[in-house]
Design a protein around this ligand. Sequence first.
Ligand code: ATP
Ligand code: MG
Length: 201
Amino acid sequence: MSDDINRAHNEAMKALKAERDEMMREKRAGHGLLMVHTGDGKGKSTAAFGMIARALGWGFEVGVVQFIKGKWKTGEKEFFRRFPDQVRFHVMGEGFTWETQDRARDIAAAEAAWEKAKELLADTSLHLVVLDELNIALRYDYLDVNQVVADLQARPREMHVCVTGRNAKPELIAVADLVTEMQSVKHPFDAGLKAQRGIDF
Ligand code: ATP
Ligand code: MG
Protein backbone atom coordinates (compact mmCIF):
# COMPACT_ATOMS: atom_id res chain seq x y z
CA MET A 1 0.00 0.00 0.00
CA SER A 2 2.63 2.55 1.04
CA ASP A 3 4.73 1.35 -1.93
CA ASP A 4 1.87 2.41 -4.21
CA ILE A 5 1.66 5.82 -2.57
CA ASN A 6 5.42 6.30 -2.88
CA ARG A 7 5.40 5.24 -6.52
CA ALA A 8 2.52 7.60 -7.35
CA HIS A 9 4.27 10.44 -5.55
CA ASN A 10 7.53 9.81 -7.42
CA GLU A 11 5.69 9.78 -10.74
CA ALA A 12 3.93 13.04 -9.87
CA MET A 13 7.25 14.64 -8.87
CA LYS A 14 8.86 13.49 -12.12
CA ALA A 15 6.08 15.13 -14.12
CA LEU A 16 6.38 18.29 -12.04
CA LYS A 17 10.14 18.44 -12.61
CA ALA A 18 9.71 18.04 -16.37
CA GLU A 19 7.17 20.85 -16.34
CA ARG A 20 9.47 23.13 -14.31
CA ASP A 21 12.52 22.36 -16.47
CA GLU A 22 10.49 23.29 -19.54
CA MET A 23 9.34 26.52 -17.87
CA MET A 24 12.93 27.45 -16.88
CA ARG A 25 14.14 26.89 -20.46
CA GLU A 26 11.77 29.62 -21.59
CA LYS A 27 13.06 32.17 -19.03
CA ARG A 28 15.55 34.76 -20.19
CA ALA A 29 18.73 35.58 -18.27
CA GLY A 30 17.27 39.07 -18.05
CA HIS A 31 18.40 42.57 -17.24
CA GLY A 32 18.83 44.48 -14.01
CA LEU A 33 15.61 44.43 -12.01
CA LEU A 34 13.77 47.32 -10.46
CA MET A 35 12.35 45.92 -7.22
CA VAL A 36 9.98 47.54 -4.75
CA HIS A 37 9.29 46.36 -1.19
CA THR A 38 6.25 48.11 0.21
CA GLY A 39 3.28 47.51 2.53
CA ASP A 40 2.77 48.00 6.27
CA GLY A 41 4.34 44.73 7.49
CA LYS A 42 7.86 44.25 8.75
CA GLY A 43 10.56 42.98 6.43
CA LYS A 44 10.93 45.54 3.62
CA SER A 45 14.38 46.76 4.59
CA THR A 46 15.40 43.40 6.05
CA ALA A 47 14.73 41.67 2.73
CA ALA A 48 16.74 44.31 0.87
CA PHE A 49 19.70 43.80 3.22
CA GLY A 50 19.34 40.06 2.76
CA MET A 51 19.82 40.54 -0.99
CA ILE A 52 22.93 42.60 -0.28
CA ALA A 53 24.33 39.66 1.71
CA ARG A 54 23.67 37.39 -1.27
CA ALA A 55 25.35 39.80 -3.68
CA LEU A 56 28.39 40.10 -1.41
CA GLY A 57 28.59 36.33 -1.25
CA TRP A 58 29.09 36.33 -5.01
CA GLY A 59 31.78 38.98 -4.74
CA PHE A 60 29.65 41.77 -6.22
CA GLU A 61 29.80 45.43 -5.22
CA VAL A 62 26.70 47.15 -3.87
CA GLY A 63 25.51 50.63 -2.96
CA VAL A 64 23.04 51.74 -0.30
CA VAL A 65 21.39 55.06 0.43
CA GLN A 66 19.29 55.16 3.58
CA PHE A 67 16.84 58.00 3.27
CA ILE A 68 15.72 58.17 6.90
CA LYS A 69 17.61 56.22 9.56
CA GLY A 70 19.89 59.20 10.20
CA LYS A 71 21.12 59.45 13.74
CA TRP A 72 20.66 55.92 14.98
CA LYS A 73 23.31 53.31 15.14
CA THR A 74 22.00 50.33 13.18
CA GLY A 75 23.13 46.72 12.90
CA GLU A 76 23.15 46.91 9.11
CA LYS A 77 25.48 49.90 9.01
CA GLU A 78 27.81 48.34 11.61
CA PHE A 79 27.87 45.09 9.68
CA PHE A 80 28.30 46.36 6.12
CA ARG A 81 31.14 48.69 7.08
CA ARG A 82 33.17 45.50 7.47
CA PHE A 83 33.13 45.29 3.66
CA PRO A 84 34.67 48.65 2.67
CA ASP A 85 35.81 47.35 -0.73
CA GLN A 86 32.40 46.00 -1.69
CA VAL A 87 29.81 48.23 -0.01
CA ARG A 88 29.21 51.95 -0.46
CA PHE A 89 26.87 52.75 2.42
CA HIS A 90 25.41 56.24 2.76
CA VAL A 91 23.12 57.34 5.54
CA MET A 92 21.85 60.76 4.58
CA GLY A 93 21.80 63.50 7.21
CA GLU A 94 19.32 63.34 10.03
CA GLY A 95 16.76 62.16 7.55
CA PHE A 96 13.23 63.40 7.55
CA THR A 97 10.32 62.22 9.62
CA TRP A 98 8.10 63.60 12.32
CA GLU A 99 11.45 64.40 14.03
CA THR A 100 12.25 67.45 11.94
CA GLN A 101 8.94 69.27 11.42
CA ASP A 102 10.61 71.48 8.89
CA ARG A 103 9.43 70.77 5.35
CA ALA A 104 11.99 72.96 3.59
CA ARG A 105 14.81 71.21 5.43
CA ASP A 106 13.30 67.79 4.71
CA ILE A 107 13.17 68.59 0.99
CA ALA A 108 16.79 69.73 1.02
CA ALA A 109 17.78 66.49 2.81
CA ALA A 110 15.81 64.38 0.33
CA GLU A 111 17.40 66.16 -2.62
CA ALA A 112 20.88 65.66 -1.19
CA ALA A 113 20.10 61.97 -0.69
CA TRP A 114 18.84 61.71 -4.27
CA GLU A 115 22.06 63.27 -5.58
CA LYS A 116 23.98 60.56 -3.73
CA ALA A 117 21.62 57.93 -5.13
CA LYS A 118 22.24 59.23 -8.67
CA GLU A 119 25.99 58.87 -8.16
CA LEU A 120 25.48 55.21 -7.25
CA LEU A 121 23.05 54.71 -10.15
CA ALA A 122 25.75 55.92 -12.54
CA ASP A 123 28.41 53.59 -11.12
CA THR A 124 28.75 50.65 -13.48
CA SER A 125 30.76 48.64 -10.94
CA LEU A 126 27.66 48.19 -8.77
CA HIS A 127 25.57 45.03 -9.07
CA LEU A 128 22.80 46.21 -6.75
CA VAL A 129 21.73 49.57 -5.34
CA VAL A 130 19.34 49.68 -2.36
CA LEU A 131 17.38 52.88 -1.87
CA ASP A 132 16.04 52.30 1.62
CA GLU A 133 12.89 54.27 2.50
CA LEU A 134 12.95 56.23 -0.75
CA ASN A 135 9.18 55.66 -0.86
CA ILE A 136 8.76 57.90 2.17
CA ALA A 137 10.44 60.83 0.40
CA LEU A 138 8.21 60.25 -2.62
CA ARG A 139 5.08 59.91 -0.55
CA TYR A 140 5.51 63.40 0.90
CA ASP A 141 6.48 64.75 -2.52
CA TYR A 142 9.91 65.75 -1.27
CA LEU A 143 11.13 64.38 -4.59
CA ASP A 144 9.36 64.42 -7.94
CA VAL A 145 8.30 60.84 -8.71
CA ASN A 146 8.53 61.30 -12.48
CA GLN A 147 12.10 62.56 -12.21
CA VAL A 148 13.00 59.70 -9.86
CA VAL A 149 11.50 57.15 -12.26
CA ALA A 150 13.38 58.69 -15.18
CA ASP A 151 16.67 58.59 -13.25
CA LEU A 152 16.06 54.97 -12.24
CA GLN A 153 15.35 53.98 -15.81
CA ALA A 154 18.52 55.68 -17.02
CA ARG A 155 20.72 53.37 -14.89
CA PRO A 156 23.09 50.83 -16.46
CA ARG A 157 21.16 47.95 -18.00
CA GLU A 158 22.62 45.25 -15.77
CA MET A 159 22.15 47.07 -12.46
CA HIS A 160 19.58 45.83 -9.95
CA VAL A 161 17.82 48.38 -7.76
CA CYS A 162 15.66 47.79 -4.69
CA VAL A 163 13.44 50.58 -3.34
CA THR A 164 11.84 50.14 0.08
CA GLY A 165 9.23 51.92 2.15
CA ARG A 166 5.52 52.00 2.79
CA ASN A 167 3.03 53.56 0.38
CA ALA A 168 4.95 53.04 -2.87
CA LYS A 169 3.65 55.43 -5.53
CA PRO A 170 1.68 53.96 -8.44
CA GLU A 171 4.12 55.57 -10.91
CA LEU A 172 6.97 53.55 -9.39
CA ILE A 173 4.95 50.33 -9.18
CA ALA A 174 4.03 50.74 -12.84
CA VAL A 175 7.64 50.60 -14.03
CA ALA A 176 8.96 48.05 -11.49
CA ASP A 177 9.80 44.45 -12.44
CA LEU A 178 9.11 43.07 -8.98
CA VAL A 179 6.80 44.46 -6.32
CA THR A 180 6.23 42.80 -2.95
CA GLU A 181 3.69 44.06 -0.47
CA MET A 182 4.56 43.05 3.08
CA GLN A 183 1.34 42.60 4.99
CA SER A 184 1.29 42.95 8.76
CA VAL A 185 -0.57 40.19 10.54
CA LYS A 186 0.83 40.97 13.99
CA HIS A 187 3.58 43.27 15.18
CA PRO A 188 5.02 43.44 18.72
CA PHE A 189 4.85 47.26 18.53
CA ASP A 190 1.06 46.94 18.81
CA ALA A 191 1.53 44.93 22.02
CA GLY A 192 3.60 47.78 23.45
CA LEU A 193 7.09 46.43 22.75
CA LYS A 194 9.87 48.75 21.64
CA ALA A 195 12.07 48.19 18.59
CA GLN A 196 14.68 45.50 19.31
CA ARG A 197 18.39 45.57 18.63
CA GLY A 198 19.41 43.08 15.96
CA ILE A 199 15.79 42.62 14.92
CA ASP A 200 14.48 46.07 14.02
CA PHE A 201 17.72 48.05 13.74
P1 ATP B 1 12.53 46.24 8.82
O1 ATP B 1 13.56 47.33 8.72
O2 ATP B 1 12.51 45.64 10.19
O3 ATP B 1 12.60 45.25 7.71
P2 ATP B 1 10.47 47.56 7.39
O4 ATP B 1 11.53 48.14 6.55
O5 ATP B 1 9.54 46.59 6.76
O6 ATP B 1 11.10 46.92 8.69
P3 ATP B 1 9.63 50.23 8.07
O7 ATP B 1 8.34 50.80 7.64
O8 ATP B 1 10.88 50.69 7.44
O9 ATP B 1 9.52 48.63 8.01
O10 ATP B 1 9.68 50.37 9.63
C1 ATP B 1 10.84 50.46 10.33
C2 ATP B 1 10.61 50.07 11.76
O11 ATP B 1 9.22 49.94 12.07
C3 ATP B 1 11.20 48.71 12.11
O12 ATP B 1 11.73 48.80 13.40
C4 ATP B 1 10.05 47.76 12.08
O13 ATP B 1 10.16 46.66 12.96
C5 ATP B 1 8.91 48.63 12.50
N1 ATP B 1 7.69 48.13 11.87
C6 ATP B 1 7.58 47.47 10.71
N2 ATP B 1 6.31 47.08 10.46
C7 ATP B 1 5.59 47.51 11.52
C8 ATP B 1 4.21 47.43 11.89
N3 ATP B 1 3.32 46.80 11.12
N4 ATP B 1 3.83 48.01 13.05
C9 ATP B 1 4.73 48.64 13.83
N5 ATP B 1 6.04 48.77 13.54
C10 ATP B 1 6.48 48.21 12.41
MG1 MG C 1 12.39 49.90 6.34
